[in-house]
Write a protein that binds this ligand. Structure first.
Ligand SMILES: O=C(O)[C@H](O)[C@@H](O)[C@H](O)[C@H](O)COP(=O)(O)O
Length: 235
């Protein structure tokens, strides 16, 4: 069941999404020693990160990681790790532990094993996981054009028999990507999908119609294992 919350624009959406994620983190921290948060890159999350970092919670007990990464070092402007460190891990949130996806290995594929070990050390399931959506219906780095999209979608896979992250090569220029796989994206107490603009609203409507490799995000929307809340901005 997908819960959809509409907003006029991203600036009005961001504080509401940040508050919801903060509540999820607090709820886990009331019962567990640590809580894990996984976030996406791109432009949309920036105001959410800037609202979330000001939330009053025990950030020292929070572990933050990425849903996907461009295979570049943090010095590269395309780096999602740099985006998170710049806009989220500041102020109160600077106390959180960050687990990057980029390992410095020559290729994302070489790093899959190391990331499997890193993810198995996270306080799972994720308290919250934030996804974005591209104009082509991709989410994380699960692109319609990904040569190994099927492996990323792991049909019938569970976290027990699916790597947490798989390299997505040749999916989108210019860089190789590393992406969480669908079973691990769903290994969360709640998944949030954030997008904005009329064009993406049409893509979202098409993806909501049912699971299709044409719109990888549709597999998140179609499943019934994990609650999904959509934060959508009309403009
Ligand atoms: O690394 C990335 O780029 C993201 O993880 C990607 O999946 C993003 O969420 C969408 O492309 C939407 O990006 P925008 O928010 O910039 O539209």
């Amino acid at each position: 069941m997908v819960d959809i919350r509409w907003f006029d624009d991203n600036p009005s959406l961001a504080p509401a999404l940040a508050a919801a994620v903060a509540d999820d983190l607090r709820a886990v921290l009331q019962k567990e020693p640590h809580a894990a948060l996984a976030v996406s890159g791109g432009r949309s999350p920036v105001p959410v990160f800037e609202a979330l970092r000001g939330e009053d919670l025990d950030w020292a007990r929070v572990v933050v990681t990425l849903v996907d990464e461009r295979w570049v070092p943090e010095t590269d402007p395309a780096s999602n790790a740099a985006l998170v460190k710049t806009h989220l891990l500041q102020g109160r949130a600077a106390a959180a532990r960050f687990v990057p996806l980029y390992t410095g290995d020559g290729s994302a594929r070489e790093a899959e094993g190391a990331l499997a070990a890193a993810f198995n050390g996270l306080p799972l399931p994720f308290a919250a996981l934030i996804l974005g959506m591209g104009d082509d219906g991709h989410t994380a780095s699960l692109f319609p054009a990904s040569p190994n999209l099927d492996a990323g979608l792991a049909p019938g896979g569970s976290v027990a028999d699916t790597p947490p992250c798989l390299a997505q090569v040749g999916a989108v220029a210019p860089t190789e990507r590393m992406s969480m796989t669908l079973p691990w994206i769903l290994h969360a107490r709640r998944v949030y999908l954030q997008f904005g603009g009329a064009g993406k609203a049409d893509v979202f409507a098409a993806a909501l119609a049912g699971p299709s490799r044409q719109y990888p995000v549709s597999f998140v929307l179609a499943q019934t294992q994990t609650p999904v809340t959509v934060f959508a901005a009309r403009n």
